[in-house]
Write a protein that binds this ligand. Structure first.
Ligand code: A3P
Length: 319
């Protein structure tokens, strides 16, 4: 009830007031470190705490997890299309009239946006949800259930550039060199990047049937194979009949960068991301592999590469 919610909120805020903080990528405001990972604000941490308390995964549900700017929008649209392919005709596909971010809810942002948390008992199953939180911060019911987790990551140099360009749209970000220093120290939203990817990488090796580890570059290079892999993992592989009808190609085309970016619904209007509102077009920038070459010096690139090599040593994961 309300009293209990208020008590819980107060106790969460007390915990948040004791967390480590650092000056972050934004000109104003501090970043907060919670359970080893960095968040833009105390409010963002509060959202995570509520998610940890309220989210009850059901075995049939699928959770998309991503590090920010690693291809969330793309995966949301692909997974939504795979999951709902028998429900809609292509001409009436919800992706034509809604942003992928409106179709697949962002779990930790409910509290920040002051929207009631979805009552899972009232939702049909399976559902698709999305979060950015680290493996070790996942709500216990996610770990305990059989729900499947799809994780997407990307080359950290492109991730850094993509986050920086995203924030630059509002003129609220520190100079690139400063942001770069912070990224290399692990201070970036949901960072350290290497701890985030390693958490899901190791979990995917331990439980490959529950956690699918994907890379943006692989989906770019071999979309057909990766979309099939995704559908199989989600428990709804394409039949040879569907494949013969060209359904996989239709989905790939619908969810392609060019197609989604040019839809009116993704070009105009705004959407709430946490407590800020962002233009829907900000989720579509270049959509390329290797754009870092246009923004980072050779020394900077080398520095990230060396950090990754050291942090990922022995894990079998490379970028
Ligand atoms: P760039 O900034 O490098 O262009 P997220 O959705 O996780 O926020 O990631 C955003 C990144 O994915 C942006 O990268 C964006 O352009 C790219 N992106 C968005 N939709 C895409 C799609 N359908 N296909 C490929 N890349 C896409």
């Amino acid at each position: 009830d309300e009293d209990e919610k208020e008590r819980e909120s107060r106790s969460n805020r007390e915990i948040i007031s004791t967390l480590p903080t650092e000056k972050g990528w934004k000109i104003q405001g501090l970043m907060y470190q919670y359970q080893g990972f960095w968040y833009y604000s105390g409010g963002a941490v509060e959202g995570v705490m509520w998610m940890q308390k309220c989210f009850k995964a059901r075995n049939e549900d699928v959770l998309l997890v991503s590090f920010p700017r690693c291809g969330t929008t793309w995966l949301k649209s692909l997974m939504f299309s795979i999951m709902n392919r028998n429900r809609y005709d292509f001409s009436a596909d919800p992706l034509l009239t809604s942003s992928p971010h409106e179709l697949v809810p962002f779990l930790e942002f409910y509290v920040e946006q002051n929207i009631p948390f979805p009552d899972l008992d009232t939702l049909s199953s399976p559902q698709l949800f999305h979060t950015h939180i680290a493996f070790t911060s996942l709500p216990q019911p996610v770990i305990d259930s059989q729900c499947r987790i799809v994780y997407i990551c990307r080359n950290p140099k492109d991730v850094f550039v993509s986050i920086f360009c995203f924030l630059s749209r509002w003129n609220i970000v520190v100079p690139l060199e400063e942001a770069f220093e912070l990224f290399c120290k692990g201070i970036s939203v949901y960072g350290p990047f290497w701890d985030h990817v390693l958490g899901y990488w190791k979990a995917s090796l331990a439980s490959p049937q529950r956690i699918l580890f994907m890379k943006y570059e692989d989906v770019k290079r071999d979309s057909l194979c990766q979309v099939k892999r995704l559908a199989e993992f989600m428990g709804s592989p394409f039949s040879s009949e569907e494949e013969g009808q060209g359904l996989i190609h239709e989905i790939m085309e619908l969810c392609s960068f060019e197609n989604l970016r040019n839809l009116k619904v993704n070009k105009t209007g705004a959407i709430s991301v946490g407590n800020v509102s962002t233009g829907k077009d900000t989720f579509f920038r270049k959509g390329e592999v290797g754009d870092w070459k246009n923004h980072l010096t050779a020394e900077m690139a080398d520095r990230i590469d060396r950090i990754m090599e050291e942090k990922l040593k022995g894990s079998g994961l490379t970028f």
